[in-house]
Design a protein around this ligand. Structure first.
Ligand code: NAD
Length: 498
């Protein structure tokens, strides 16, 4: 199998071909909990000389980027696309025609999955479709690259992990930082203990998000969109926002707020620096939607506290700028979107663009430049071809665990109640690393003209989570367990069992 992999890669000039790299990938895959597939399944690998026929689902933005990236990989053919928005299908068909390529187009993913002309799918739909689309793909015998978060709720994420194992498909999460060797090297440095013990891991998603506006009533769905397919497992209610595409992120039925959008990437890093641990046993979240009154239901400002045994994680989301009227965002130790791993003898500050190790006086010690994340798709394709999961840097269970982190915080938030800032502060005092984050939260709100004593802070309960059973326990367990799954709208139902 290794021989086959090396031959395969060496025939692709310009693509990385290094045994050392494979070893690094193997180590990372093992560390992330990946297992090799049984020989019977490996035997189904597409022939070494045949193209991998890929279908991309969800074309508006990220899916379009995936098409362009996968097209650049030798031995990959974009064979089909799927989107309930027919205008996007037409756009991709025209583009393929210009390139002299055939492209099958589908509005309904179930029809696409019936096709024997597709080997693998890349799912870039809205979040509420991710797990179900991936589960159906596995059941139809397709390999899957599924965007982050890999689930819209914790239970369906676990089901996807189970179905992937049962069907023996290659299933990879779109958390592309896992293919960034610069970050990997920084993880190894910190985990080697050279900075002493980790005291607290801080994650940041300070990313400007403007109001999505407020509509007076139900909006017309553009006629080119099959709204039933777009809604899928979510309720098919009237469209109560100006824009159907993208702004679904900010509505609970379809999105997970920015903590489950940009934030899941940085939470994935937090978990990675802690040694790829499963989700935390205790989680709490506070926040609100401040600065504008619009049709969104998710918060634009959050602090989530994760009480991992290894070290606490304090995660902050801010959608408002550093000060009202500005576009610049706040930063913490130079990080706007990224993480700061505070250790006994110094800290790491970085993110997708690379990072630095600093001593406790802020002096630079060592740089870990980013390697880029472009190989993530390549790793998927290599695994599809070889049937060997060694190249998979973000196995589906790894993606599931990281996706569970925003879900956990959001469940606490959704069970929360309005509190005065003083009450929240008192509670934060008992949580390592949280108090100063909350004080900065207050300063940030004030700089945006938000009076928290009037607008209040939604304070969620500290939830107890049994990570082995993936259920909540304790006093708030029953209420929290109600958010583990959703009511699926038939026939778009995640199966109760794998
Ligand atoms: N890994 C990354 O860095 C990264 C970056 C951007 C987006 N994403 C992820 O990609 C996904 C898409 O994001 P986006 O910004 O392109 O959103 P978007 O709303 O712009 O596009 C989503 C597309 O999915 C389509 N869609 C809806 N239901 C579908 C179905 N049943 N079958 C096929 N297509 C369907 C929509 O019509 C739309 O064209 C999100 O989950 C997002 O989290 C990941």
């Amino acid at each position: 199998m290794v021989c086959c992999l090396i031959m395969q890669t060496s025939s692709h000039a310009g693509l990385r071909a290094a045994i050392g790299r494979r070893e690094f990938l193997h180590r990372s895959a093992v560390a992330a909990g990946a297992l090799s597939l049984p020989a019977s399944i490996r035997a189904q690998a597409p022939g070494a000389n045949s193209d991998i026929r890929l279908a991309v689902l969800g074309l508006n933005s990220k899916g379009n980027a995936h098409i362009n990236d996968f097209r650049k990989l030798p031995g990959v053919r974009i064979a089909a696309v799927c989107d309930p928005d027919r205008s996007l299908l037409a756009r991709e068909r025209d583009e393929a025609k210009k390139l002299g390529q055939d492209l099958a187009v589908y509005t309904d993913l179930r029809k696409l999955y019936e096709s024997s002309d597709v080997d693998a799918v890349c799912i870039a739909t809205p979040n509420h479709w991710h797990s179900l689309a991936a589960i159906w793909a596995c059941q139809a015998g397709k390999d899957v690259y599924v965007e982050k978060p890999v689930s819209h709720n914790i239970s369906e994420g676990r089901r996807l992990v189970e179905v992937a194992a049962k069907t023996g498909r290659i299933v990879m999460a779109g958390t592309q930082n896992r293919s960034n060797e610069g970050i990997r090297a920084a993880v190894e440095y910190v985990r080697s203990g050279q900075l002493g013990k980790i005291r607290v891991v801080r994650g940041f998603c300070y990313k400007r998000r403007a109001s999505i506006g407020r509509v007076a009533g139900p909006q017309p769905v553009p006629p080119e969109i099959d709204y039933d397919l777009w809604c899928g497992p979510a309720p098919k209610g009237p469209l109560m926002r100006a824009k159907l595409h993208y702004d679904w992120h900010w509505v609970w039925e379809t999105g997970n707020g920015d903590i489950g959008n940009q934030g899941i990437h940085e939470l994935d890093l937090c978990r990675w620096f802690l040694g790829n641990v499963p989700p935390a046993p205790r989680v709490m979240c506070a926040g609100g939607r401040y600065g504008y009154d619009d049709d969104a239901t998710t918060p634009n400002t959050q602090i989530a506290f994760y009480d991992f045994a290894e070290a606490p994680v304090v995660f902050e989301v801010r959608g408002l700028p550093a000060k009202s009227g500005m576009e610049t965002m706040d930063h913490y130790r130079g990080v706007r979107v990224g993480i700061v791993v505070e250790c006994e003898k110094g800290y790491y500050a970085g993110g997708q663009g690379g990072g630095w190790i600093y001593d406790n006086d802020g002096g630079k010690v060592r740089q870990f430049p980013a390697s880029g994340t472009g190989d993530h798709g390549l790793h998927f394709i290599e695994a599809v071809r070889s049937r060997d999961t060694k190249t998979i840097t973000a196995p589906i269970e790894c993606g599931h665990f990281s996706s569970a982190l925003p879900h956990l915080a959001n469940i606490s938030y959704r069970l929360g109640a309005d509190r005065r800032p003083g009450e929240v502060r008192e509670l934060m005092q008992g949580l390592p690393g949280a108090l100063d984050a909350f004080d900065r939260f207050g300063e940030h709100a004030a700089a945006n003209g938000v009076d928290l004593s009037k607008d209040k802070v939604v304070l969620g309960p500290m939830l107890a989570f049994d990570a082995a059973k993936e259920t909540f326990t304790g006093e708030t367990g029953a209420a929290a367990n109600a958010f583990l799954s959703r009511e699926y709208r038939a026939p778009y139902v995640v199966p109760a069992k794998a």
